[in-house]
Design a binder for this molecule. Structure first.
Ligand code: SAM
Length: 281
């Protein structure tokens, strides 16, 4: 068994860093909500689980768009993010519960949910086979899932360009292939095979290709500040001297300034919306 290092990071500092930039992160990722929710076929009152729900923005969108009588449960390993989700104004106004939980661990009762979803919350499991087999057991036989994961890095310059700029200034470790991280499931076919072997069936993937607004609508300078504080790659600059950090930030703002539309930095994004079922018994 691999030590749950990534999960430990998210339950601590990484979760707190996501919380500290939560408003602009959630505004940036909001366009992914409706394609994901539509892929779930919410055609009856369902129990719906949102895995790695973070600050709960997708869970709230689910509760607002679900069939009347539905209930949503958000699960996240970060206590800081679950507290932030519970502090949202919408919490208490829609049928929703938020829980601190590690998706690699059994829930206790199994087969609880009619629908299972996640917006970018399932790419960080150190023991991915354990985690997805476990999640398949959270779903009732015949139940449906829809997961959003990032497509290949070159199709997501809003993220990969940050690495490209920083590597001219500091040494950036090359991620191990298949290691937990945002591009782990960039190959949709490989991800589909993992899901099939974990107990899911009828797995299909569709591409969502649109532009995302960095930080939900920021000019180039502010977008550079946002990217360097919100994404873990930006933390690497904290270990460099001030002149290096300033030069990298200026280069990033300059690159972002080439992608401004109507005052906002907007860049291409590619998301796989991966759907399927748990086979009916
Ligand atoms: C990239 S963030 C996405 C958050 C949220 N879904 C969103 O789109 O705003 C990844 C989330 O997955 C959560 N996470 C990572 N490993 C987890 C695990 N083993 N169990 C539950 N949540 C986990 C993190 O704490 C974090 O909130």
């Amino acid at each position: 068994m691999v030590a749950n290092v990534a999960a430990a990071e998210w339950s601590g500092e990484r979760g707190e860093a996501w919380r500290d930039s939560m408003g602009p992160l959630e505004a940036m990722l909001a366009p992914v909500n409706m394609p994901l929710i539509e892929a779930l076929d919410l055609d009856a009152p369902y129990r719906i689980a949102d895995i790695g729900c973070g600050g709960g923005e997708t869970s709230i969108a689910l509760a607002r768009n679900a069939y009347p009588g539905s209930a949503v449960e958000g699960f996240d390993i970060s206590p800081a993010l679950i507290d932030a989700a519970k502090a949202k104004e919408a919490y208490g106004q829609v049928p929703i519960h938020f829980n601190v939980a590690d998706a690699e661990q059994p829930l206790g009762d199994t087969a609880l949910f009619d629908r299972l979803t996640s917006r970018f919350g399932i790419m960080f499991f150190p023991n991915q086979e354990t985690a997805f087999s476990n999640l398949a057991n959270w779903l009732k036989p015949g139940g449906r899932f829809a997961f959003a994961v990032w497509g290949p890095a070159p199709d997501n310059p809003w993220m990969s360009s940050i690495r490209d700029v920083l590597k001219d200034h500091i040494v950036i470790p090359t991620p191990e292939p298949g290691a937990p991280g945002p591009f782990r499931y960039a190959d949709a076919d490989e991800f589909g095979s993992l899901l099939q072997s974990s107990g899911f069936s009828d797995v299909k993937s569709q591409s969502w290709k649109e532009q995302l607004s960095l930080g939900g609508g920021l000019a180039a300078d502010a977008a550079a500040d946002f990217a360097l504080s919100a994404f873990s790659i930006g933390q690497l600059l904290n270990q460099s001297d001030q002149l290096t950090a300033q030069a990298a930030r200026l280069d990033l703002a300059s690159l972002f300034s080439e992608h401004v539309t109507d005052g906002d930095v907007r860049m291409d994004a590619h998301v796989h919306i991966v759907t399927g079922t748990r086979a009916a018994i």
